[in-house]
Ligand binder design. Sequence first.
Ligand code: C2E
Ligand code: MG
Ligand code: MG
Ligand code: MG
Length: 283
Amino acid sequence: RAKGHGRDTVAFYEVGDQERVARSLELEGALRLAIERQEIDVHFQPIVDLGTGAVVGHEALVRWTRPGVGPVAPIELVTVAEESGLIGRLGHLVLTTACRRAAAWPAPGGPVTPLLSVNVSPRQLTDPGFVGLVARVLEESGLAPEHLCCEITETVLVDDRAMGAIAGLKALGVTLAIDDFGTGHASLDYVRRLSGIDLLKVDRSFVAGIEDARGHDRAIVAAVVALAASLGLDVVAEGVETPGQAAALAALGCRLGQGFLFGAPGPGDDLVIPSGLPSRGGR
Ligand code: C2E
Ligand code: MG
Ligand code: MG
Ligand code: MG
C-alpha cells in the first residue's frame, strides 16, 4: 500500500492491489478445485540430439484450460500455486501424470531410454518428503529412475535442504538438470554446488542472439558449454526456433536442443520414439 504519495496515488495503488489480490484468490480457488478433480493436464516437448536429430527425451509442461475461461499461462498458474502453497499438490499431480504417460510410450526399434524431464519448484525440492514421494511415484508408474530428470533452478542450490534432496534423488538414480541456467543470481559460487547435477539447460534468452557473432550471447553459450564439459555435464539449449540457431549451437559443441524448431509441447498421445520427428540430416 503506497502511503504518503497523496490521496489519488493511494487510491490508485489500492485499486490495483485489490484487483490483483482478487484475481489471484479467484485463480487459487479454481486451481485448488482443478487439482482435486485432476483437471490439470501435461504436455510434452521433445529434446533432441543436435548432431543426429534423434529425440533423446521430453520435457513435461503443465497445462490447464479453465472451462468457460480458456487456457491459463503455465507461469501464472505455477506462481499462484507457489504463493498459495498448492505447488506440492500440483507438482505431485504433474509428476504422477507425466511418469504414467511416459511409462506407457511405445518404443519401436528396441530399447530406448528417453528422458522424461519434469520441472520441480524450490518449495517441492525443500519439502522433506520429496525424495520419498518421487520414489513412490516411480514405483507406482513403473518408470525406471534413470528415465526421470528433475529440472531445478540454480537459485535453490544455496539451500541445504535442497542439497540434501539432490543427494537423495541421485541415490535413487534420478537425473538432475539446472533449468534456465544463467538467469539466476549468476554467481560462480553456484558452480561449486553443481556436483550431483548432470545437465545444464541454457536459457532461451541466450539462444535468441546466438547467430550474432558480435553479440555476447554466443560467447556466453560457448562459456557454458566449456564449463559443462570441464565438469562432465551435458548441455541442452532451450528455445531453439531456427535452423541457423541449431547449427550455431552445434558448432559451439552444444549437444542437445529443445524448441519450436524440433516440436512444440503437445499432448503426447501419438508419441513414437525415436522416429517421426524432424531430423536435421533428413531434410
Ligand atoms: P521452462 O521449464 O523453461 O520450460 C520451457 C518453456 O519454454 C515452456 O513454456 C515452453 O513451451 C517454452 N518453449 C519451448 N520451446 C520454445 C521456443 O522455441 N520458443 C519459445 N519462445 N518458447 C519455447 P511454458 O510451458 O509456458 O512454461 C513456462 C514455465 O513455467 C516453464 O519454463 C517452467 O518454469 C514453468 N512450468 C511449466 N510447467 C511446470 C510444472 O509442471 N511445474 C513447475 N514447477 N513449473 C512449470
Ligand atoms: Mg523446464
Ligand atoms: Mg527452462
Ligand atoms: Mg526457460
